[in-house]
Design a protein around this ligand. Structure first.
Ligand SMILES: Nc1ncnc2c1ncn2[C@@H]1O[C@H](COP(=O)(O)OP(=O)(O)OP(=O)(O)O)[C@@H](O)[C@H]1O
Length: 267
């Protein structure tokens, strides 16, 4: 039985994660509604990546619960959580550099492949249909993210901004219900950032996929996010709309004041 609010795709309650002596995540609770773009911000070391690692099953917190569409996620292995519908991208690109765009995206379909080589031999028809369906899904992603011109090239040869887009594509190929975006525009130039912002909005508005985005680019966060949670030393100090968060004195003191000087960067 689930007490989950029907409108929420993810419900995080009182999650606490400590590494010998360091409490990286300290009693964190939040929810993400279906189709919502939820951002997590905070200074370096505030616990943002640790939360992603909890949500995707890499770390097991000492306390708390994470429910995805009413089902407990904690205790499941990362590949099971991905198969449930929680996909992620990484701060540092984690693609296979020597494989092409299409091949990398096909790897994102791994969760949808039920027939291995042996099964394919025995049930040629079904396995072939499945392969075709996977290819069609990958083609849709290529179309959606405007990756046509690079499709046959090894990912390692592509411009940085395009590689980040391929990573987003690999996550989308999994057909997730929730997407965790870890610093999607880190290291990008202005044009690449604008492209990525447009694609992130398209993912929300056209595909209706809920997202949690960790990002240091405050302009981007405040422009795109529906709601923002501000973390400081592992604790949420404020969760609200971008406008609410920006005028909260505690947030300005803990993060935004400093962020405007050191993270804002050149316009
Ligand atoms: N595997 C680990 N072992 C020990 N301590 C860790 C581990 N991972 C994170 N920490 C500690 O937990 C705290 C939170 O780190 P985390 O990487 O989650 O912060 P963050 O907000 O993502 O930072 P950044 O913005 O720099 O990516 C830090 O004090 C960090 O040193």
């Amino acid at each position: 039985m689930s007490l989950a609010n029907e409108g929420n795709v993810l419900e995080v309650e009182d999650v606490t994660l400590a590494f010998d002596g360091v409490t990286a995540v300290d009693g964190v609770s939040f929810h993400v509604a279906a189709g919502e773009l939820f951002a997590i911000i905070g200074p370096n070391g505030a616990g943002k990546t640790s939360i992603f690692n909890v949500l995707s099953g890499v770390y097991r917190p000492q306390r708390g619960s994470v429910r995805f569409r009413g089902e407990e996620v904690l205790g499941r292995r990362p590949h099971r959580i991905a198969a449930m519908g929680i996909a992620r991208t990484f701060q540092n690109i984690e693609l296979f550099a020597h494989l092409t765009v299409v091949e990398n995206l096909m790897l994102g379909r791994h969760n949808h492949m039920r027939y291995g080589a042996l099964a394919a031999f025995a049930w040629v028809g079904r396995a072939r249909r499945e392969e075709l369906a996977n290819r069609a899904a990958v083609e849709e992603v290529i179309d959606f993210l405007e990756l046509e011109q690079w499709r046959r090239l090894p990912v390692g040869l592509l411009p940085y901004g395009v590689q980040k887009r391929v990573e987003l594509g690999r996550a989308l190929a999994m057909e997730p219900k929730v997407l965790l975006l870890d610093e999607p525009v880190a290291g990008m130039n202005v044009e690449e950032t604008e492209d990525m912002a447009r694609f992130v909005l398209d993912v929300r508005d056209e595909l209706g996929i809920a997202m949690i985005m960790v990002e240091h680019d405050m302009g981007l966060v405040m422009d795109l996010a529906d709601r923002v949670m501000v973390l400081d030393f592992g604790k949420p100090i404020r969760t609200g709309t971008p406008a609410e968060v920006q005028r909260d004195p505690d947030v300005v003191r803990a993060y935004l004041g400093e962020a405007h000087q050191s993270v804002g960067g050149p316009a």
